[in-house]
Design a protein around this ligand. Sequence first.
Ligand code: AHR
Length: 554
Amino acid sequence: MKRREFLCGVGAVGAGILVERSFAQSSRAADSRIEVLLGEEIGTINPTIYGHFAEHLGGVVYDGIWVGENSKVPNTGGIRTALVDALKRIKAPVIRWPGGCFADSYDWRDGIGPRARRPRRTNFWADAPEWPKSVGPGPWKFETNHFGTNEFLSFCRLAGAEGYLAANVRGLGAQQFYEWIEYCNSPAGSTTAAEQRAGGDMPSRHPFGVKFWGVGNESWGCGGNLTPEEYAAEYRRFTAAVPRYGVDLKFVASGANVDDFNWTRGFFSKTAEKNRGLFGSIFGWGLHHYAWNLGMGKTNDWLAAKGDALRFNDAEYYELLREADRMESLINEHWTIMGEYDRQHRVKLVVDEWGAWYKPGSEVDPTHLLGQQSTMRDAVLAGLTLDTFNRHADKVAMANVAQLINCLHSLFLAHEDKFITTPTFHVFEMFVPHMNGRAVRAIFSAPEVRYTRVDKPAEFWGLAGSASINGKQLTLTVTNPHLSEPRETEIVVRGARAATAQAQVLSEPDVHAHNRFANPTAVQPRNEAVTVSAGAIAYRFAPASVTRLQVSLE
Ligand code: AHR
C-alpha cells in the first residue's frame, strides 16, 4: 500500500493529527501507528473505575455470591470462596449493591439480625417478562434476606473492595437513609444500631466505614418515575444532614440513562438554582449505558432489538461495539452540561452500570434471570470501554460493570459447585497496572474497519486504547476490533525512550469463543515477545483482540 492510500483510510482516535514526516521514517511494514505523548497528562486513573455491581437479581446473589454456610461449595461464612479469590486477583476496588432497580424496593432493615428471623419479600424482578416459564418460586423471586448488609460488607472486606450502597429513595425516607449510615458506620457500642450490627449471624463489632452512598437508582424510571427537578429536591433532602463518624462520605446522585441530557440539565440547573455550593458535596453523577440495541434502525424495541450472546454475525459484532463506543460521546456531552452549572467540575461522573445486554437463552441456569454467556466479543467491548474510562480519567471517578456474576456482562459464571471466569475477567486482570497510573494522551492511527450494515457500507475505527505511566513503566492497552485483519503497528513514545517491552494478548481465532464449565480455560491471555529497536516498538495486534503492552522507559 502506498503512503497516500494509507493516510486516506486512516482514522485517528485520540484527537490528534498524525505527523506525516515521522510516519515516513517508520517501518515500511506498519499500517498503523500509536504515538504516546508523555507530556500530555490527563489525570490519575482512579482504581474505582474498575468497579463492580451486584444486584439481588436472578443468580447474582443466591447461587453466585452467597451459597450459605452449610453448602458443599467451598465458602467463607456462606460466601463463595472462589469468587473472593478471583476478585483479589483483579484488585476489585468497589462493589455496588443491592441494586439496580431492586435497591428502590429494598428495606435494609429486613436484612439484619439473625437470618432465621428475617422476612421473605417479593423481589423487584419477580414479574420480569424475561423469566423462563419453567422457573417457579425461590429466593430469585422471593427474597429471603439471608444476604443483607453485614453479609455484603463482609464479602467486600474479604475481597478487599469498598462497598457502594444504593439507598431506596422511592420507598424509604431520608430518615431510614440516615439510620442505614448509622448502622454501618457508628462506632462499636455507641448506638443501638451499632449493637444490632454486632449481633446476628455475621456480626461486625467494628464499623464498616462505608464511604460510597448512592441516593436512589434510575430515579427517572424504576426508582420513582421522578422528573429531574423532583429528584434534585429528593437528593437534597436525603443528603442535607447525615451522621459522618469521621468517614469522608461520597454521595452519588442518580444520573442519566444514556443520552437523556435533559435529566442532567434538569438536576444541575435545579441544584445551581438552590445553591451552587451544593456541588461541593456531590461526589458523583451517575450514568447508565448498556450496549443492547442490535435493531440496526429496524426496531428499537427493548426486547426485540436484543441480540444473542453466542450466535451473532459480523455486522452484529460491529454493531454491538459501536453501541458500546457511544460511551465516549456520552461522557463528553454529560460533562459539558455539568460544567455549565458546576463550573469547577467538582462533581465527577460515576458510570455505575455498563456492559452488553443480550436476550435470554444463554444463561447457565434458568433461575439466573438476565444471565448470559460472555464471549471474546464481550472482552473486546470491555477493553474498549475501560480504555475510554482511562482516556477520561479527569472526568470519570468510578464505573461499575453490570453485573458481577451470573448476569449481564459478568466476569464470573457459577452454578452450585461450578465456577468459571469469563474473557471479560481476563481483561480486568490485564488492566490492573493502569490502576493509580497517570493517564497520558495517545494518538491511534489505523485503517478503518469496513463492513456491511443492512446492505450499506459502514465503518468503525481501526485501533483504540489508552496509556498510563507509573514510575518508569508505561502501560498501553489496545483493542483491535477487526474480525480478520491484524494491525502491524509502530509505537512511538514521545518524552522518553522505550527500553524493553512485553505483551499480554487476549484473542481467539473465533470471536465466539467463550469459557464453559466443561472447558473453563478455552479463552485466556498469552504472553508475547515485543521488538524494541532504537526506542521504537513494532507490534502486530491480533484481530478481535485486547492487548496490554508494558514498556520500561529509559
Ligand atoms: O442491571 C440490570 C438493571 O438495569 C438494573 O437493575 C437497572 O438499574 C438497569 O435498568
